[in-house]
Design a protein around this ligand. Sequence first.
Ligand code: PCA
Length: 161
Amino acid sequence: MSQITKVFVYGTLKKGEPNHGWFSKDESGYHKFLCTAETTEKYPLIIATKYNIPFILHAPGNGFFIKGEVYEVDEKVLKNLDILEEHPDYYEREKRNVRSLNGDDEIMNVWIYFIKRFKPELLNNPMYDNYSSNGSHGLEYVSRYNRNQYYNYKQEIINYN
Ligand code: PCA
């Protein structure tokens, strides 16, 4: 029996966003939408790099309570999400609490993808509480297939020192 866990997604993995299809990439995998939710701590949710990628920086107390979606997933699906997010080399997946927004205020302990080794100046970026690639910010997401393979966009985000 594959282990079932919960993951909270706040960016391109949400319904209607450009990477949502990764949940069903492995047809034998299991995923199920549970509810919308928000973090129980404030975090900076920013859109950065020239490809307009959404990131939660691991700097609790800054920014807003972040709204997203909670899914149940099995190990196959979680493994695919880890491939997309390049966990643990780029985003790092950690368990945190979120509060259900479906009316019962249930607290759930869920996986969230964070950037932990971020450049401190990113804390000066505009911060959001709810991501959409087509939001009024005008910063539409550029998918990996449309990126320049010779340009290292991660150096805009990650502190390699
Ligand atoms: N995908 C993950 C992290 C940021 C992103 O675009 C998510 O949606 O939660």
